[in-house]
Ligand binder design. Structure first.
Ligand code: SF4
Ligand SMILES: [Zn+2]
Length: 133
């Protein structure tokens, strides 16, 4: 649903309304929400306020792609393809040693075994055992 905003073309409104709005926002952020009545008339020129519709911001549709990964066709978000390492905590973790599964983090090994089982890529987003490298 589109948002609406009241406005006036007069000089007083143009000069002052955004300062009042900013002060309200600032107070709101600090837990003091404005609960009083809204202006119906411009406090500077007395005109009835006009109402303008603010259209919602366009949402970008996500693009997906298909490619062969480890011999299997997989689907992935186009913008995230190949970015797994950038997002996975393990790649910055002291416990991560994928070259040697025997000394690798057991959680990372478990995640890897699920990946192998079903051709998934699973980045670790949150982990209680993370130790920064
Ligand atoms: S401790 Fe957590 S972040 Fe570190 S390697 Fe293991 S699973 Fe990854
Ligand atoms: Zn006005």
């Amino acid at each position: 649903m589109a948002r609406t905003e009241k406005y006036c073309h007069c000089e007083g409104w143009q000069k002052s309304q955004h300062q009042i709005h900013s002060a309200q926002l600032f107070a709101g952020v600090h837990g003091q929400q404005y609960t009083g009545d809204q202006f119906k008339f411009c406090p500077w020129c007395g005109s009835t306020l006009k109402v303008m519709e603010i259209p919602p911001l366009p949402r970008k549709k996500k693009e997906f792609t298909v490619y062969i990964h480890h011999g299997k066709e997989v689907h992935v978000r186009e913008d995230l393809k190949g970015k797994h390492r950038e997002h996975c905590l393990c790649h910055s973790c002291h416990c991560f040693n994928p070259e040697n599964r025997a000394t690798n983090c057991p959680i990372a090994n478990l995640v890897y075994s699920i990946c192998v089982l079903d051709n998934l890529v699973l980045p670790v987003w949150e982990c209680p055992d993370f130790i920064e490298r």
